[in-house]
Write a protein that binds this ligand. Structure first.
Ligand code: COA
Length: 128
């Protein structure tokens, strides 16, 4: 699958892939990456909604390239849809290896959040 040459969206979260994030094969665990994407999208959703938010759906998630221990991992978020109570973000994950001095896109997906009130019920987001 083709990936972009440069990230799209706003830098939402950055960290380093550590040995603790590997699976039984010693490769970076895909679930760790999804968790990062969810957290990064959640930060953006919370800021935009100005309220509590919950993840309601993750769509079109693709792992494009492997992530290596020691890579800098950066999540980018682009708001692509504002519904009545929901916000959808296109998330991209890019890694930088300072050994190879190489930046590449490793994953992407669509993350949808719903703004909720104190009773955990959906409530409208500002659409402007
Ligand atoms: C998110 C939640 C509050 C929605 O409650 P609900 O009664 O289903 O609400 P609604 O049917 O009114 O839908 C609310 C919004 O979610 C959207 N939505 C619901 N299911 C969806 C899905 N599968 N994909 C995309 N959007 C979805 C609806 O389109 C609606 O958006 P809109 O208001 O912008 O049009 C409820 O499903 C929930 O609490 N889920 C658990 C969330 C959670 O715990 N996430 C973390 C998992 S560990």
């Amino acid at each position: 699958m083709m990936s972009n040459m440069r990230p799209t969206g706003k830098l939402a979260l950055q960290t380093i892939a550590m040995p603790a994030d590997t699976n039984a094969n010693g490769d970076i665990f895909g679930g760790w990456l999804v968790s990062l994407m969810d957290m990064a999208a959640g930060i953006e959703a919370k800021q935009r909604a100005k309220s509590r938010v919950v993840t309601v759906a993750i769509d079109s998630l693709v792992f494009l390239k492997p992530v290596n221990v020691g890579d800098t991992v950066t999540c980018y978020a682009e708001l692509v849809k504002v519904g009545k109570t929901s916000l959808q973000f296109k998330m991209e994950v890019w890694t930088t290896s300072f050994i190879e001095e190489h930046t590449k896109q490793v994953a992407q997906g669509l993350f949808t959040f719903v703004a909720i009130n104190e009773a955990r019920k959906p409530h409208p987001v500002d659409r402007t």
